[in-house]
Design a binder for this molecule. Structure first.
Ligand code: CP
Length: 313
């Protein structure tokens, strides 16, 4: 299977074969990252613009470094210092960036659907770096990449996603990717944040944390998305932590080879204790490292790359 898409807008519309093509291409780029000279000329002469209209540490820097490793010219759009503040629309902003010969526009926006909107009128490739509570496709790709590298497979694994599912774009993209690759997905958290409607996607829903983590091969923790919640969805942070936080006592219930994942940023002492975040079973920082290879793969593929066979060994 080779890649033919110009944009990466979501995981929902990808096939399992397309996801595997990204993962295999990322593995080839990870090998490039282990060489003395870590740069390849795959995007030489191309311009990549990071259009981040919401805060980010990992995703923005990872895309910037990925573009540099591919020898692209990369521009970071500073929303706070831009003419968006003078009333310019997102459409006009994007069209002006394209008039400066942008080849790839990576967008993060608080509005669900913003990347899809841009893809309707731009000639440039559009990559979704997180849109509202909808999707965060490269996070899910780096998560399944990490699972596959650590466990040797994704199919048949039991993955528990624990936390604020309702407001999480990471959860939605992970659910699509994991189910397409044959994992069994359990969602857990307060009933207000993990409604049973998610069962329609093919997930198991439980509000009993001990039951959710006991058999899990992977526990992926999510923070409370305060910026997207319109009202308090649970009585207090303290109560959330005591009922759903992953601490040393709860870790004692888990399988000895469970992987602990988190997309970041982590809120220590809320959804995850430091004992857990920094324990040997935590792969949180490996996820960040793998994100670089995954984002190199995505930039390469939307620019016309076909798959891992095109990357020189
Ligand atoms: N995981 C993630 O999207 O982190 P940032 O918000 O720092 O990009």
């Amino acid at each position: 299977m080779s890649w033919t898409r110009k944009h990466l807008l979501d995981i929902q519309s990808l096939t399992a074969d397309e996801i595997v093509t990204v993962l295999d291409t990322a593995r080839a780029f990870r090998a490039v990252g282990e060489r003395a000279i870590k740069k390849v000329p795959a995007l030489r002469g191309k311009t990549v613009i990071n259009l981040f209209i919401e805060h980010s540490t990992r995703t923005r820097i990872s895309f910037e470094l990925a573009a540099q490793r591919l020898t692209a010219d990369v521009i970071n759009f500073a929303a706070e210092a831009s003419s968006l503040k003078k009333g310019e629309t997102l459409k006009d902003t994007a069209r002006n960036l394209e008039a400066l010969n942008a080849d790839i526009i990576i967008i993060r926006h608080s509005a669900s659907g913003a990347p899809h909107f841009l893809s309707r009128f731009l000639e440039a490739s559009v990559i979704n770096a997180g849109d509202g509570a909808h999707e965060h496709p490269t996070q899910a790709l780096l998560d399944v990449f990490t699972i596959r590298e650590k466990k040797g497979k994704v199919e048949g694994l039991k993955v528990t996603i624990l936390g604020d599912i309702l407001y999480s774009r990471v959860a939605r993209s992970n659910i699509w990717a994991l189910l397409k690759l044959g994992a069994k997905v359990t969602l857990c958290g307060p009933s207000t944040l993990v409604p049973r409607v998610f069962e329609r996607m093919g997930c198991r829903v439980t509000h009993d944390v001990n039951e959710a983590i006991r058999d899990a091969d992977i526990i992926n923790l999510l923070r409370i998305q305060h910026e997207r919640q319109r009202k308090t969805m649970f009585p207090s942070i303290g109560e959330y932590t005591s009922l759903f936080g992953l601490n040393k006592a709860r870790m004692a219930l888990t399988k000895p080879d469970v992987l602990i994942m988190h997309p970041g940023p982590i809120n220590r002492g809320v959804e995850i204790d430091s004992d857990v975040a920094d324990c040997p079973r935590s792969v949180i920082l490996e996820q960040v490292t793998n994100g670089l290879a995954v984002r190199m793969a995505v930039l390469f593929l939307v620019n016309g790359g076909k798959g891992p066979h095109e990357i020189l060994a």
